[in-house]
Each structure stands twice: as structure tokens, then as C-alpha cells.
Design a protein around this ligand. Structure first.
Ligand SMILES: [Ca+2]
Length: 968
């Protein structure tokens, strides 16, 4: 179509081209669109530049302009239903440039050698692994299928010797390019692919690099067709039968005679040889034709022999999902699955309850629970889906909380997102089943071969709250908060502080309404840094490459966000090897600057050397006995001139280094921001609470304390020492507001347990841990009066003690003491909500509110969700790190319309597409009709008469006119 349109430039051809491209752009797999798209562009370049005798480059270029402009317009109109939402940013996160796979993935799914690529061998080994190894077992057994394909394809490309034009040259070049990309990072010249992987936007989604071979397959088809044409004409011509005896003529000029003499030598044996060779060639050509015809069958023998492989899961797998499908209400489902190592029963097993695949009788398939929406039509947790935020949230649950058995409050955490049913299928490991059965707050609803737990914490999809907490912390805040008994997540909306420096207006708006400011394993410096100007701030994680090879590169690594730490970059810039990276930055004025790094403090650290503009400034070894936190460290104070600079980070290769962010700021600006932040916290009317996990802040490997994980309770530090035993050097913390505080500690109670001492600026406070019941409890100390400024807190123990978390919280005016239970026992809002789901983009919510409230809608946060109330449109605020909330400052009987405005773009696009189609079809019909009528007109010779008559009339008119003129 493209070729024809470029050749003729006719409207009809442009229209057909536009229809084809619209179909291509709206219905093909995105990878396919990119791959063929690249070659379509290449074809256009070829078309314009490839020299021909008939037209100049300029003519072809102008025609291309006409074709491309017209078809771009038409394609836009036809595909508006897809393109308008797409360009308005309503698209899968898969299209986001930060969606990348690690380089190593591409090694598994690309061609290791050029021969395999050229012969189009199958290399993606997923699917029916138990039945066939696609690499070796697809073809006819004991038959050299790939040698045959090699001969056929190579012979096909030999047609280039006979036919070299714009098309054959283009297709041959495309084959080369597609083979080169399809071999991925493998030699020769694998470096080019690796460069593209790390530097070209969107390239790192092509982990199945072998799919680029689809263009070579297309070219092969063209050349094989050409070969078949030549072979057929050769075979038909039977040239050997016409081969005549050709004598060898020799002219001799003998000096004595005038005339040269011709000598004819007939060499019979040569003729016989030629004839025989031609006969053999004839037979070979026929054989080749037969083999070309058969090669499809030979190469895909497995499928012709065994048919397409389908797997039907046993009824017993489907039963629990069919059972919940009969439940009438609006809910979400968690389906529990197995990790690959659990399916394979490997010696080292790591659980993964949200893994997508299951091992079936034919190989790997999608887990039936994971995809069970097709049975019950309700959302399933899966792995969080494509969206980055829920995906990160589920990563934290999968790889940290559940895998390490750190909580018994998983259902409490999931309940706020409306996950009501947990399906524990029969095929999961005993360990994972035990984990779910040990959780708090469920009712066993179904107990057959599979189990269904009903989550008692489950909140509706749309609910109201009148309290909120503002959290500066990572996702682990969910776990830290969930261990407070009586704390109901669905009564407190959690607003997480934005983790990139941006306008603080949003933060301010939510802060004014919030009950408490919680620093969860974070401190005031973190808050100060987040209020900095964007220009002084570098998100280091963005400079890491997408690879698993931490020894070779500085990579993007998810380890800190997976453990739920507060990360600003998401993934940190990490390496284990002896590597150096340089990151450019710019300062807008001359002056004295401080350079700060936010680095991960954890075990096995290397020495990190920092240089600026090539000058070494400082080295740090951020070693800590436990995965502590990411902390801001000042690495340099120096003069910088206005303009561009380079900061270089070098790891010595003796351990890891994780860098989250870099800040370059004038000390006086930082001082100013610190004062502003302190002022903001002093003016803040709510409570200020510090949550400090003991293992992160009060553990020192040189002390006699131990670090251990108590299953379902979390990570704790413990001591058995009969003497007073300090756990670490006291921790410095900043009190922003003068007043009374309580200190609370979550400790293990039990018979014969010892005493924990909390050392506050040198004053010891004791907590006795002896109790007849063994369990973890919160114990409070206070009130304690603190002045603004830095204070010290230390922990010691006598006897057997275990400490999980320490909390420091402001008391209100007049409060002398307060238990955590009271602090978080807020009343439910006086708001009743009744909602109905009209369609996935539209909810009607009827509210009877006696006070202003926050409406939480647990659908993945998108600024395109809006609420319409009394003609006023309210934008959502991100809450619980993943979903939408709307503050409704109205009371009484309210009817709210909750809708996804993105659908408006899709609707508008669809209208444009349909209208354009209608116009095109109507005008084409009209044109065809007009042509038909016109032809009939001609056929009846009316036209001739008509022309004759008019000519006569014109003649008359001229005569008449002439007479007039003469008279004048
Ligand atoms: Ca802890």
C-alpha cells in the first residue's frame, strides 16, 4: 500500500494506505508496531533516495510529502478513538520510558548466533517446556531442518545477483538490520545493542529481542518467492533439451595465405558434460521447489504431529473462584500463588504469593487465580498490575512482608483497599498456607480443597474518613502503623509526603487537615531536603542502567524500595563493582556550596569516593550492621562557579553502595529551609510522632544485643545480659516543638522477662517486661518535657528483653498521659455512603454527611478521576500511596458523581473516528455513483450531442456578440 501510494500519489491509494496504517496502529502489538514501523520509515527513505531513471529525487520527495501529510491526517481521523486518549496520556505504563527490563533478560530471548537468526529458529523458551524444547524439537526429528532452511534462504538471497532494484535492496538490508538487532547483546558487535539498551528511550522493553527477526521473515518470504519464480521458469524452459552441440571455432591466419582460415573443433565430451550438468541442475531445481513447498511442514513438524497445545485446568482449581463469583457485592480478590522455586521444588525456596505463572502438565502457564477475573469479573490483586505505584506496593508485600513473614496484619493492610476474599488454592506450599492462616482478622468462608478467607478488615470500594495522618516514610509505614492495636487503617487516610521536591501547596493543603505528622524511620533533614528547589536536586537512581549485573555497572536497583524504605528515586543507583559514574549538574550562581548524598546504610558496604570536577572531595563507607535507612550525608563544602559541573562517584568494589539522591545547596539556603520547616512543624496543630524501628536505630553489632526476626511480629533486637547492657550509642533526634511528650516502646512481654531502660538525655526510664502472657505490647512512658533542639535517646536492657519499635509523640495541651490505643481510637465519621457502579468509569455515590469528610476511592490513583458535587469538580489526592481520595467540604444529602475523565477523550475520539469513516464511505459511494452515471452518459452518446449543441450555442453567442460590438 505504501509503495503504491508513493508511486502514484493518487487519492485512492492514499486512502487505502491510511486505512491500512490505521488498522496496523490500533490493533497490532506495540512491539510489532515499532518493529515494522522502523522498517516502514526505512522503506520511505529508500524509496526517495534510491536512484531511478524515470524520476528525480525531488519529484519523489514532493510526492512523499503529499502522501505523508494526507495520510497522517486521515490516519489521525480514523484512529482518533485510540490516538486521542493515547496522546492525552491515557495509556498503559508500558509506554512510559521508565518501563524497562534488565539487560540480562534480553540475553535469554535473543539469538546467540547469526545462523540461528538467519534460519528463523525459535528461541523463546516459555510455554510448553514439558513437551518440547522449541529450540531443538520443533522440526522433523533426525532431519537437518535448519541446514535445509539455510540452503533455501541462502539460495533465495542469491536472486539478488539477478535482480537488484529498490525493493530487493531494501529487503536485503532490512534482513541484515533485523538479524543484527535480533541477536541482541551477543557478538559480533553486541556492544551496540547494549549501548542502545541503556541509552535509547523505550528500547529496553524489547527483552524478547529475537522478535525483531519478524522483518527478516518477511524479507525471506519475498526472496523465496523470487527464487520460486526463477526456478519455475528454469524448470519449465527445460533448457538442457535445447542445448545444441556448439563447435569450437578457431580462426587461423597463416602468413603465406591472405585469407584467414576457420577451424571448427567439436569437443563432444564438453558438450556431453554441459548437457548432463544442465540435466542435474534441472533435477536440483525441481528438488529445491519441492523442499521449499515442504519446509513449512518440516520446520513445524511438532505442531502438525501433536496439534496446538492447550491446557485445561482441573475443575478443582476453578471451584473457589466460581464459588465467589456467586457473591453479590462489590469486592476485590487476592489469589495466592507459588514462586517458581516452589513450583520447581528447588533446594532453595523463596515464597512469592503474587507470582503470575503456574506449572501445568504442559509447562508454564498463567496462574488461574492470577487471571481469575474471567470467572468472577472482579479485580484481582495480581502483582499490582502495570501501574508503577500499586506495583511497587505489591513488590513490598511479596518480597518483604510475606516472604520474610514479618507481619500478622497483612489482611488489615489489604482490607483498606477493599480486598475482601483471599483464595488459598490447594496447590500452594504449606509454608505460604500457614502464613495466611496465621494472619489476624479473617473468617473461613469456604473450606474444601482450596480455602477462601473473608477479610474482616475489608473496607468498601468507596468509603469516608474524617481523620488522616501525614507520613514521611516509605511503604514500610503500613507495617509500622498496623502493629498498633486498635489502629484502623480505614479510619485514617494516610497521606505520604511527596518524595520528589515539588510544590509544597498540595502538601500544605492536606497537612492542615491532618491529625498527626508521622516521621516513620525518617527525620527532619529528610523533610528539609524535600522542600528544596528542584534545580539543586538530582535523583541519582535515574542514572543507573537497567541491568542485573551489579559488578559491571552502576545499575538501578529496587532493594531499598522493596523493603519499604523511603526512597526518593524509587530504585537507587547501585553497584558492587569497582565502578565510576559521572553525573552532570549546574549551579545558577557563584558561591560556596555544600554537596549532600542520600546513601543507603547497610552491611557489606564499599568505600565511596566522591569527586567534583575531577577533584577528590571525600570518601565514605556507609556501613551499618542492619539495613538501616537511607541517610543524607554531607560530602563536601566548596566554592563553585556559576555553570556546569560534574560529580563523580566511585565505588572501590569491596562492597555495595546505594545512592538515592544528590543535593547541591548553599549552606545558608539549607539553614533557611531548616528554619522554615521547624516553623511549619511548630505551627502545625496536630501531633508529631516519630516511629523508630529498633533494629534500624538502636542496634550496634559490637554490643551484646542480637538482631532477629520474630515470625509475624517483625524484626527486633534482643539481649540476654544479666547486667545493664546498652544496645548502641544513643541516637540524636530533633524535637521541633517544645512541650510534653510520651515515649512508647513495642516490646516482648513474657514470664521471667527482664527490664528495658530508655535513656533520655541521661535520665533512665524503665519498662518491666515480665508478664504471665507471652506477647508483644506497647508500653508508654511519660509525660516527658522536651525543649526545641537535639536530644539523645538510648536503649539498655537487663535480663531477657526484646524491642521492636520506639515511638516519640507530642502530647496536647492539658494531656498528661496517653496510651497509643486512645490516641488512635477515633470515632467513625458521621457519614453514610451508598454507591453504585454504573460502569467502570462512572460511579454514583449517595452521601448523607453530618460533617465534612474525605472520600476514599480505592481504584489506582489517577488525576483523571474526578468527583462532581453540586456542579463543582473536585480533583483527587493520592492516599495510601496508591489510591484516590477527595476532600468533600460539604454536609447534608449529597449526590456525587465519580467519573474517569479519560473516558471523555476516548468518547470524543470514537465520535471522530466513526464520523470520518462515515464521511469517507459516503463520499466514496457518491464518487463511484457519479462515475457510473457519467459512463452511462457517455455510452448513450448524449454527451456527444450535448457537446455539439453547446458548441453551436457558443458559436451563436460569438456571432451575436460581434454584431453588438460592431454596432457600438
Ligand atoms: Ca522492628
Amino acid at each position: 500500500m505504501l509503495n503504491k501510494a508513493l508511486q502514484t500519489g493518487k487519492l485512492r491509494d492514499i486512502l487505502l494506505l491510511s486505512l491500512t496504517i490505521s488498522l496496523f496502529a490500533t490493533s497490532f502489538h506495540p512491539e510489532c508496531i515499532v518493529i515494522y514501523g522502523v522498517f516502514l520509515v526505512l522503506f520511505v527513505v529508500f524509496f526517495i533516495l534510491y536512484p531511478t531513471k524515470t524520476e528525480t529525487v525531488k519529484i519523489r520527495f514532493l510526492r512523499f510529502l503529499k502522501v505523508s501529510l494526507l495520510s497522517a491526517l486521515l490516519v489521525f481521523l480514523f484512529s482518533a478513538f485510540f490516538l486521542i486518549p493515547f496522546f492525552m496520556n491515557i495509556r498503559s505504563p508500558y509506554f512510559h520510558p521508565s518501563y524497562e527490563y534488565p539487560l540480562e533478560d534480553s540475553m535469554l530471548c535473543s539469538y546467540e548466533n547469526l545462523y540461528d537468526a538467519f534460519t528463523l529458529r525459535a528461541v523463546e523458551r516459555w510455554g510448553y517446556v514439558d513437551l518440547v524444547d522449541v529450540y531443538t524439537g520443533l522440526g522433523l526429528p533426525d532431519f537437518p531442518v535448519y541446514s535445509l532452511l539455510f540452503i533455501i534462504f541462502l539460495s533465495a538471497y542469491c536472486t539478488l545477483l539477478k535482480k537488484r532494484d529498490r525493493y530487493t535492496t531494501f529487503f536485503a538490508l532490512s534482513t541484515l538490520i533485523s538479524i543484527f538487532i535480533a541477536k541482541g547483546p551477543h557478538p559480533p558487535l553486541g556492544q551496540a545493542f547494549i549501548w542502545a539498551w541503556f541509552n535509547l528511550p523505550h528500547f529496553a522493553v524489547f527483552r524478547a529481542a529475537n522478535r525483531w527477526i519478524m522483518m527478516a521473515a518477511f524479507s525471506h518470504a519475498l526472496f523465496v518467492a523470487l527464487l520460486v519464480r526463477y526456478l519455475l521458469s528454469y524448470v519449465r524452459s527445460k533448457s538442457y533439451s535445447r542445448l545444441e552441440c556448439k563447435p569450437l571455432k578457431v580462426s587461423l591466419k597463416i602468413s603465406s595465405s591472405k585469407e584467414p582460415r576457420t577451424l571448427e573443433l567439436s569437443m563432444e565430451f564438453i558438450n556431453k558434460f554441459l548437457k548432463k550438468t544442465c540435466k542435474v541442475l534441472h533435477i536440483i531445481a525441481i528438488a529445491l521447489l519441492i523442499l521449499i513447498f515442504l519446509n513449512g511442514f518440516l520446520a513445524c513438524f511438532f505442531f502438525f504431529c501433536c496439534g496446538l497445545q492447550v491446557y485445561t485446568p482441573p475443575n478443582i482449581y476453578r471451584e473457589p473462584y466460581e464459588w465467589i463469583a456467586n457473591l453479590p457485592d462489590d469486592y476485590k480478590v487476592v489469589s495466592v500463588g507459588c514462586s517458581p522455586s516452589e513450583w520447581e521444588k528447588l533446594p532453595v525456596i523463596e515464597s512469592d504469593f503474587a507470582h503470575s505463572a503456574m506449572r501445568t502438565t504442559i509447562g508454564w502457564g498463567h496462574d488461574i487465580g492470577f487471571e481469575s477475573s474471567f470467572i468472577h469479573d472482579k479485580p484481582v490483586l495480581q502483582n499490582g498490575g502495570w501501574d508503577f505505584r500499586p506495583r511497587e506496593f505489591v513488590d513490598y508485600l511479596r518480597f518483604h512482608l510475606v516472604r520474610n513473614k514479618l507481619t500478622k496484619n497483612l489482611l488489615k493492610i489489604l482490607g483498606v483497599f477493599s480486598y475482601k476474599y483471599i483464595v488459598v488454592p490447594l496447590y500452594i506450599s504449606d509454608e505460604t498456607r500457614e502464613f495466611f492462616l496465621n494472619q489476624n482478622g479473617y473468617t473461613m468462608l469456604y473450606n474444601e480443597s482450596s480455602l477462601i478467607l473473608e477479610n474482616n478488615y475489608s473496607a468498601p470500594r468507596v468509603f469516608a474518613t474524617n481523620n488522616s495522618l501525614f507520613v514521611l516514610g516509605g511503604l514500610d509505614s503500613f507495617q509500622t502503623l498496623s502493629v498498633i492495636e486498635g489502629f484502623d487503617l480505614s479510619k485514617y487516610t494516610l497521606y505520604f509526603a511527596p518524595t520528589t521536591p515539588e510544590s509544597s501547596t498540595l502538601m500544605q493543603a492536606t497537612l492542615n487537615r491532618t491529625e498527626a505528622f508521622c516521621f516513620v524511620n525518617s527525620d527532619i533533614l529528610d523533610l528539609v531536603m524535600l522542600s528544596l528547589d528542584k534545580s539543586t536536586f538530582i535523583l541519582a537512581g535515574n542514572f543507573g542502567v537497567s541491568s542485573l549485573n551489579i559488578t559491571k555497572y552502576w545499575v538501578k536497583r529496587s532493594s531499598w524500595r522493596i523493603i519499604g524504605a523511603l526512597t526518593l528515586s524509587g530504585d537507587t543507583l547501585t553497584t558492587l563493582g569497582k565502578n565510576r559514574i559521572s553525573i552532570p549538574f549546574e549551579v545558577d550562581s557563584d558561591g560556596f556550596y555544600s554537596v549532600w548524598l542520600r546513601v543507603g546504610f547497610a552491611p557489606w558496604r564499599g568505600k565511596l569516593t566522591v569527586s567534583i570536577d575531577g577533584e577528590l572531595v571525600q570518601s565514605v563507607v556507609p556501613e551499618s550492621p542492619y539495613w538501616c535507612t537511607l541517610k543524607w550525608v554531607k560530602v563536601a563544602d566548596l566554592e563553585l562557579a556559576k555553570g556546569k559541573h560534574l560529580i563523580s562517584l566511585e565505588n572501590d568494589g569491596k562492597g555495595y553502595n546505594d545512592i538515592d539522591a544528590i543535593a547541591i545547596i548553599k549552606p545558608e539556603d539549607l539553614e533557611k529551609k531548616l528554619d522554615e520547616t521547624l516553623k511549619m512543624l511548630q505551627d502545625f496543630p496536630g501531633r508529631i510522632i516519630y516511629f523508630l524501628e529498633a533494629e534500624k536505630f538502636f542496634f550496634d553489632s559490637s554490643s551484646n544485643w542480637l538482631l532477629n526476626v520474630v515470625p509475624y511480629e517483625g524484626c527486633v533486637i534482643s539481649s540476654e545480659n544479666p547486667e545493664v547492657n546498652p544496645s548502641s550509642t544513643p541516637l540524636k533526634f530533633t524535637i521541633p516543638r517544645k512541650g510534653n511528650y510520651i515515649i512508647a516502646a513495642r516490646i516482648a512481654m513474657g514470664p521471667n522477662y527482664g527490664t528495658i531502660y530508655i535513656d533520655l538525655d541521661g535520665n533512665l526510664q524503665s519498662i518491666r517486661c515480665n508478664s504471665s502472657v507471652s506477647q508483644f505490647e506497647w508500653r508508654e512512658i511519660g509525660p516527658i518535657s522536651f525543649d526545641v533542639g537535639e536530644h539523645l535517646i538510648g536503649i539498655s536492657g537487663v535480663g531477657h528483653v526484646e524491642l521492636d519499635t520506639v515511638l516519640i509523640c507530642t502530647l496536647r495541651e492539658g494531656e498528661n498521659n496517653l496510651s497509643l490505643h486512645e490516641m488512635f481510637s477515633s470515632h467513625a465519621p458521621d457519614v453514610s455512603i451508598d454507591y453504585s457502579r454504573v460502569n467502570p468509569c462512572l460511579y454514583q455515590v449517595n452521601v448523607n454527611a453530618n460533617e465534612p469528610f474525605t472520600l476514599v476511592f480505592s481504584e489506582t490513583y489517577s488525576p483523571l478521576w474526578k468527583i462532581l458535587v453540586d456542579g463543582e469538580e473536585i480533583a483527587p489526592v493520592l492516599t495510601y500511596a496508591t489510591v484516590n481520595s477527595f476532600y468533600i467540604n460539604k454536609t447534608g444529602q449529597l449526590t456525587l458523581t465519580l467519573y474517569f475523565t479519560g473516558q471523555n477523550y476516548a468518547d470524543a475520539g470514537l465520535t471522530i473516528s466513526i464520523a470520518s469513516f462515515a464521511v469517507i464511505i459516503f463520499s466514496t459511494g457518491l464518487y463511484l455513483l457519479y462515475k457510473r452515471v457519467l459512463r452511462r452518459f457517455y455510452n448513450r452518446r448524449i454527451i456527444k450531442n450535448f457537446v455539439g449543441k453547446s458548441a453551436l450555442l457558443i458559436e451563436d453567442f460569438r456571432v451575436f456578440k460581434n454584431v453588438d460590438e460592431q454596432e457600438n
